[in-house]
Design a protein around this ligand. Structure first.
Ligand SMILES: NC(=O)c1ccc[n+]([C@@H]2O[C@H](COP(=O)([O-])OP(=O)(O)OC[C@H]3O[C@@H](n4cnc5c(N)ncnc54)[C@H](O)[C@@H]3O)[C@@H](O)[C@H]2O)c1
Ligand SMILES: [Zn+2]
Ligand SMILES: [Zn+2]
Length: 364
């Protein structure tokens, strides 16, 4: 089967023929219908996120189950699924507390399935799986808990976004930060994930949602997703602008959805007393932030991270798709371009240039 493989950091992905082993016990084989081009894969391509190579990237996918391994009970052949990149065991301390995205049952190895081996090979050599999903590929094998059954009437080239950007963004606002009705919010970075933080904040009833991005088209889209104010740092100082818009107090909730130390520090600065600043961006390894600890003491501000929108995949993903089908959340507006697998490098060139919110790779 065909897949997009990263052989070397800094080089384009290679569209290659790979072999895929059948699913082992507790695994599911999925024919991938569509996969979105998220920035996290780009972090691997640039070396900001280190992964074993060669690797099949892609972690924002949806498709149809074609085969299940022994013991699989939650899906069967023909089911439509969103691919989750957070395997869950259902019984560990975090799963049972309602935080399955932080499940303790992870292999010690990077780039493998749960048993520490790969199902992907090229001429007998192992090829690694990014994020348990490896869905820039015609087919993939994933742990059962990563194949989330969804209603069959959702177009799969829209459902795939619930596999990362839509879930991560809306979940960061609603599940992690628990944005309150009537509150004020600032979102730094309005790419595929940031636009969904905006959408989540609007869904939660925030009164004021301030979008910050360098690209004017992103700010236009931010308005479509619910932003009430837009700030372009190439024109206005974002800290001054946010302070002016909030009567000098700062926002109740700030979100950093870019991934630079400077923008994390800035997001923290624009957070009000007792407010919460949430880091969603994934920074390059070795990055460090610098904050004055007394600010925590004197203002009771909090700084936290959000992984995968604190998703409970089997509850939140089908729920988001119900909202989409009822016209209550936007996914179509996120998609700027559609490519075949051969267009994956062009999709990432566009993401690098900042000219698209999301592209989708469509297999069928
Ligand atoms: N926490 C998680 O679980 C999780 C999941 C998915 C993605 N992510 C991370 O979230 C981040 C965003 O992902 P994305 O796919 O939306 O990326 P993206 O490239 O689509 O969006 C980034 C946006 O930030 C803007 N930007 C860049 N520098 C800026 C600056 N100095 N000031 C203001 N705006 C600036 C860009 O114009 C762009 O619109 C990435 O780091 C990604 O790895 C995290
Ligand atoms: Zn992602
Ligand atoms: Zn668990």
């Amino acid at each position: 089967m065909k897949a997009a493989v990263l052989y070397k950091v800094g080089e384009p992905l290679v569209i290659d023929e790979l072999t895929l082993d059948p699913p082992k016990a507790g695994e599911v084989r999925v024919r991938v219908a569509a996969n979105g081009a998220c920035h996290s894969d780009l972090h691997v391509m640039t070396g900001d996120m280190r992964m074993p190579l060669p690797i099949v990237l892609g972690h924002e996918g949806a498709g149809i189950v074609t085969e299940v391994g022994p013991g699989v009970t939650s899906v069967r052949e023909g089911d439509h699924v969103v691919l989750s990149f957070a395997p869950t065991c259902g019984v560990c301390s975090f799963c049972t507390q309602g935080y399955p995205h932080l499940c303790e049952t992870r292999p010690k190895t990077l780039g493998t399935l749960l048993d520490g081996t790969t199902r992907l090979h090229k001429n007998g050599t192992d090829v690694f799986h990014f994020a348990f999903t490896a869905s820039f590929a015609e087919e993939t094998v994933v742990p059962e808990s990563c194949a989330i059954k969804i209603r069959p009437d959702v177009p799969l080239d829209r459902a795939c976004f619930v596999g990362c950007g839509t879930m991560t963004g809306i979940g960061a606002a609603i599940n992690t930060a628990r944005v309150q009705p009537g509150s004020s919010v600032a979102v730094l970075g309005c790419g595929g994930v940031g636009l969904n933080v905006i959408q989540g904040a609007a869904l939660a009833g925030a009164r004021q949602i301030i979008a910050v991005d360098l690209v004017p088209q992103k700010l236009d889209l931010a308005k479509v997703f619910g932003a009430t104010h837009c700030v372009n740092p190439t024109q206005d100082d974002p800290l001054t602008a946010v302070m002016d818009l909030t009567g000098g107090r700062g926002v109740d909730y700030a979100f950093e959805v870019i991934s630079t130390p400077k923008t994390i520090e800035l997001a923290f600065k624009m957070t009000a007393r007792r407010g919460v600043c949430t880091i969603v961006g994934v920074s390059p390894e070795g990055a460090r932030i610098s904050l004055n600890p007394n600010v925590f003491t004197m203002t009771e501000k909090r700084l936290q991270g959000s992984y995968y929108g604190s998703t409970r995949p089997r509850i939140d993903m089908p729920r988001l798709l119900d909202l989409y089908m009822e016209g209550k959340i936007k996914i179509d507006e996120l998609v700027s371009r559609t490519f075949p697998l051969e267009g994956v490098n062009e999709a990432y060139d566009l993401l690098r240039q900042g000219s698209v919110a999301r592209s989708v790779i469509k297999f069928f």
